[in-house]
Design a protein around this ligand. Structure first.
Ligand code: C2E
Ligand code: MG
Ligand code: MG
Ligand code: MG
Length: 283
């Protein structure tokens, strides 16, 4: 204590944090209030069947509209959320919002045959309530388990493979789809990943857009292995029509990229689905 140390001596002011950290700290405290202030939302990017271009589902991507800074990309705020407890509230929000939007698109009677995939962080996977949260969201919305998918990256499952395998097995039993995200960026082999009940493999855009002469060999082997393991394959970040054709020839089932459509807010998706599936009673 300053006073006890010597009469009237005044302690020099020491900033509590280094300046490089203050921006992150501001963002973290802003993020803490963002949910209740309705600044967080989901945007949905179409996942299309390469064979005929039909939409089979959407990936839910979190969006933060900061009141002063405008849109802040998930690559910036998700790591901040992950390094604090905020990821649990944000993650739960994504699961519940995605399930409720999906139910809204499908309507009371008609069943529009699309699924929604939600990204899951490692802390969420390793905390015990993920299964309960997912189950509760399904019950609350009336959404069918096989219409909801979870996306996990290799690094997320590899952080604690034993625990991840347990949780994912339970998810699989409920009927939730499981996609291995950003495949090709991690270090694990596809064979090792068979211990997790993934039904879908998403090839990372860096591999899809690789310019080396090994690209085709890599893509073809990954797709062949995934198919042999009974997994569906989604290629991320396809930029050109020719690439879509080439991937389809290689056996890739689905694509998700700006070529097929950007991420859009729920009302736009609802409109899009009404046009695509006019016979269902989803309106
Ligand atoms: P991701 O799960 O691999 O999502 C795909 C990212 O690729 C999205 O970026 C999407 O906008 C972008 N993308 C799609 N098509 C193209 C394309 O043709 N070209 C290029 N260059 N990019 C394309 P976004 O929305 O910025 O999200 C980045 C990452 O943030 C996601 O990568 C995911 O890891 C994470 N993320 C987003 N939402 C959530 C969330 O709700 N929870 C968690 N835990 N992570 C999230
Ligand atoms: Mg993803
Ligand atoms: Mg991805
Ligand atoms: Mg990614």
């Amino acid at each position: 204590h300053a006073k006890r140390q010597g009469g009237n001596r005044i302690e020099p002011f020491r900033p509590a944090f280094k300046t490089v950290g203050t921006d992150k700290l501001h963002l973290e405290s802003d993020l803490r209030r963002a949910l209740e202030r309705k600044e967080m939302g989901l945007a949905y990017q179409p996942i299309v069947r390469l064979e005929d271009g039909e939409i089979v589902g959407f990936e839910a991507l979190m969006r933060w509209e900061h009141p002063r800074r405008g849109a802040i990309p998930p690559a910036e705020f998700i790591p901040i959320a992950e390094s604090s407890d905020l990821i649990f509230a944000l993650g739960l929000f994504a699961i519940e919002q995605a399930a409720s939007d999906l139910k809204d698109w499908q309507g009371d009677v008609g069943e529009v045959p699309v699924s929604v995939s939600v990204n899951i962080s490692s802390a969420q996977l390793l905390r015990n309530d993920l299964c309960n949260d997912v189950r509760a969201a399904l019950t609350k919305t009336g959404c069918k388990p096989h219409h909801l998918k979870l996306e996990l990256t290799e690094s997320v499952v590899m952080e604690n493979p034993e625990q991840a395998a347990l949780v994912l097995a339970r998810m699989g039993e409920i009927g939730i789809g499981l996609a291995l995200d950003d495949f090709g960026t991690g270090h694990s082999s596809l064979a090792y990943l068979t211990r997790f009940p993934f039904d879908t493999l998403k090839i990372d855009q860096s591999l899809v857009r690789d310019t080396s002469d090994k690209r085709a060999v890599l893509l073809r082997s990954i797709i062949t292995m995934a198919k042999d393991l009974d997994m569906k394959v989604v290629a991320e970040g396809i930029e050109h029509d020719e690439d879509a054709g080439e991937l389809f020839e290689m056996g890739c089932d689905f694509g998700q990229s700006f070529l097929f459509g950007p991420a859009m807010r729920a009302p736009a998706i609802k409109q899009l689905l009404r046009e695509r599936f006019p016979l269902s009673k989803a309106s």
